[in-house]
Design a protein around this ligand. Structure first.
Ligand code: HEM
Length: 492
C-alpha cells in the first residue's frame, strides 16, 4: 500500500474501534478515571477527542434555504440545441451528464417543517466534462425583488422577528408595501401553488434570463423550465396542517422513499429563447426577474430530461456540505446583465467560504469530476495531494496553458454610473393577468389569503391601503373583493 494515496473512506473501515488517528480503542464505554468513581484523567485523549468532535458537529446552517433534501441522477439531452450553445454537455441528443439536486424551503431553519407556505429551492449541479454547471433556481418563475441591494432586507422581513423569533405577516407586508415589483411573486406564494405537495411533483425555473452562446459567438437569451413528469401537485392550507402535523420531514421522506422503491422522479428541461436584438420590443424588460416571458410569444422548447435514480449516502457530506453557486457556468452558458443575478455571482461563493471554508470546492460533492488544475489550493483544510514544485503561472517548467478561448457575449455596454430602478417596471400587468387566468374558486382562495393577511392586528391602516391599491391596480375586482372584507380605502 502507498500510505500517501490512502483517502479516508468508510470502505477502509477497520473491524475494531479506533481514534481519529487510527489507534485502537480498547474501551469505548467508560472514561479513564482514578478509581471506580473518578475524577477523570486529562490524559484520556480518546474521551477528549470524542467530546471535542461532538462539540463541533454542526457547521453554520445556510442563511437561507437551510432545510433541504438532495438526490443524485443524470441529465440526458433529448433535443439538439447545438446551434444555440457550444456547451459540451448539450452537444447532442443522447449525451448524459451526472448531477446532484438539492430541493429546499427558503426561510426557516434546518429542522423546520416542509409544509410551510414558502418558495422552494430547485438547485441542480451538473458535473460536466468542462466543469460544474450550477442551475440554482426556484419552484416559481419570478422573484420578489430585482436588485440584490434589497435581498438582505427582504430576507430579514421574511425571517422570524428578531425579538420574538416568530415569522410575522405584518413585518412582511410592511417591507413589501415598499416593493410593488413583488406582486407577481405573491401571485405564486399566496396561490394554490404556494405549498408543494412534495419535491417530486414540483416544477423548477432558472428564474433569471441566462445567455446561451454558440461557437461563433452568437448569443441567445434563455429561460430554463423544469417540468415534473408526474405533474404538479400542491397542498391546500388544511392538508398542509395534517401532513405537517404527522411528519415534519414528509418531502424529504417522499423523495428518499420514491428513489429507494425505484420510482425515479423525472423532469423535462425546456427553454424559452429570445434574440437579444429584440429585448426592447416588449412592454417589460426581459431581464427583469419579476417577469415571465409569455409562452404564446416564447413557446417552451424541449431540451432534455433529468432523472433522479440514486439516493445520497450521507446527509452531512452530500447535503450540508453541498454548495451551489450561480456563478458556476460552463463554456456555452453565460450570465446576463440582470442585476439580481449579478449580485448572486458574488454572494454564493462568499457564503460557502464562510460556511464551509476556502477549499469547499475540494469536498467530493462539490469537486468537478473532470480533470482540473490551478494554484488556488492553500488555506484551511486543503486535502489535495500535490507534488509540483511550480505553483505559479506562467512558468517554463510547467506545460499548463490556457484553454481555447471561451465565447462570451460581445455586445457593447455603455452608460454613466448610477443607482436607479429599471425603466420598464410594469409591476401590475402580469400579476393581474395571472389572477384573471384562474378559475373562480382559485381566485377566492387567493382573496381569502389576502383578507387574512391584511386583517392581522399589527398591519397598520397605511400599509393596508397600499396593498389594496396594489391589488386594485392589478385587477379592479380583486382589490374590491379584498377591500370589502378588510375595510379601508385603496391608497391610489
Ligand atoms: C441577490 C439575490 C440573492 C442572494 C444574495 C442570494 C443568496 C443566497 C445565499 C447566501 C444562499 C445560501 C447558500 C449556502 O449557504 O449554500 C442562497 C441559497 C439559495 N438561493 Fe439564493 N440568493 C439570491 C437570490 C436567489 C434567487 C433569485 C433564487 C432563485 C432563482 C435563489 C435560489 C437559491 C437556492 C435554490 C438556494 C439553495 C441552494 C442549496 O440548495 O444549497 N436565490 N441564496
Amino acid at each position: 500500500m502507498d500510505p500517501y494515496k490512502f483517502r479516508p473512506s468508510s470502505a477502509h473501515n477497520s473491524n475494531f474501534w479506533t481514534t481519529n488517528s487510527g489507534a485502537p480503542v480498547w474501551n469505548n464505554n467508560a472514561s479513564l478515571t482514578v478509581g471506580e468513581r473518578g475524577p477523570i484523567l486529562l490524559e484520556d485523549y480518546h474521551l477528549l477527542e470524542k467530546i471535542a468532535q461532538f462539540d463541533r458537529e454542526r457547521i453554520p446552517e445556510r442563511v437561507v434555504h437551510a432545510r433541504g433534501a438532495s438526490a443524485k441522477g443524470f441529465f440526458e439531452v433529448t433535443h439538439d440545441i447545438s446551434h444555440l450553445t457550444c456547451a459540451d454537455f448539450l452537444r447532442a441528443p443522447g449525451v448524459q451528464t451526472p448531477l446532484i439536486v438539492r430541493f429546499s424551503t427558503v426561510i426557516h431553519e434546518r429542522g423546520s417543517p416542509e409544509t410551510l407556505r414558502d418558495p422552494r429551492g430547485f438547485a441542480v449541479k451538473f458535473y460536466t466534462r468542462e466543469g460544474n454547471f450550477d442551475m440554482v433556481g426556484n419552484n416559481f418563475p419570478v422573484f420578489f425583488v430585482r436588485d440584490g441591494m434589497k435581498f438582505p432586507d427582504m430576507v430579514h422581513a421574511l425571517k422570524p422577528n428578531p425579538k420574538t423569533h416568530i415569522q410575522e405577516i405584518w413585518r412582511i407586508l410592511d417591507f413589501f408595501s415598499h416593493h410593488p415589483e413583488s406582486l407577481h411573486m405573491f401571485t405564486f406564494l399566496f396561490d394554490d401553488v404556494g405549498i408543494p405537495e412534495n419535491y417530486r411533483t414540483m416544477p423548477g425555473f432558472g428564474v433569471h434570463t441566462f445567455t446561451l452562446i454558440n461557437k461563433a459567438g452568437k448569443a441567445t437569451f434563455v429561460k430554463f423550465h423544469w417540468l415534473p413528469a408526474a405533474g404538479e401537485r400542491c397542498l391546500s392550507n388544511e392538508d398542509a396542517v395534517v401532513v405537517g402535523g404527522t411528519n415534519h420531514s414528509h418531502a424529504t421522506k417522499d423523495l428518499y422513499d420514491s428513489i429507494a422503491a425505484g420510482n425515479f422522479p423525472e423532469w423535462k428541461l425546456c427553454i424559452q429563447v429570445m434574440d437579444p436584438a429584440d429585448e426592447n420590443k416588449f412592454d417589460f424588460d426581459p431581464l427583469d426577474v419579476t417577469k415571465t416571458w409569455p409562452e404564446e410569444l416564447f413557446p417552451l422548447q424541449p431540451v432534455g430530461r433529468m432523472v433522479l435514480n440514486r439516493n445520497i449516502d450521507n446527509f452531512f457530506a452530500e447535503n450540508e456540505q453541498l454548495a451551489f453557486c450561480p456563478a458556476l457556468v460552463v463554456p456555452g452558458v453565460y450570465y446576463t446583465d440582470d442585476k439580481l443575478l449579478q449580485t448572486r455571482i458574488f454572494s454564493y461563493a462568499d457564503t460557502q467560504r464562510h460556511r464551509l471554508g476556502p477549499n469547499y470546492l475540494m469536498l467530493p460533492v462539490n469537486a468537478p469530476k473532470c480533470a482540473h488544475h490551478n494554484n488556488h489550493h492553500e488555506g484551511f483544510m486543503n486535502f489535495m495531494h500535490r507534488d509540483e514544485e511550480v505553483n505559479y503561472f506562467p512558468s517554463r517548467f510547467d506545460p499548463v496553458r490556457h484553454s481555447e478561448k471561451v465565447p462570451i457575449p460581445s455586445h457593447v455596454l455603455t452608460g454613466k454610473r448610477e443607482k436607479v430602478m429599471i425603466e420598464k417596471e410594469n409591476n401590475f400587468a402580469q400579476p393581474g393577468a395571472r389572477y384573471r387566468s384562474w378559475a373562480p374558486d382559485r381566485q377566492e382562495r387567493f382573496v381569502k389569503m389576502w383578507i387574512e393577511a391584511l386583517q392581522d392586528p399589527r398591519v397598520i391602516p397605511e400599509v393596508r391601503s397600499i396593498w389594496l391599491s396594489y391589488w386594485s391596480q392589478c385587477d379592479k375586482t380583486l382589490g374590491q373583493k379584498i377591500a370589502a372584507h378588510v375595510g379601508g380605502k385603496a391608497n391610489m
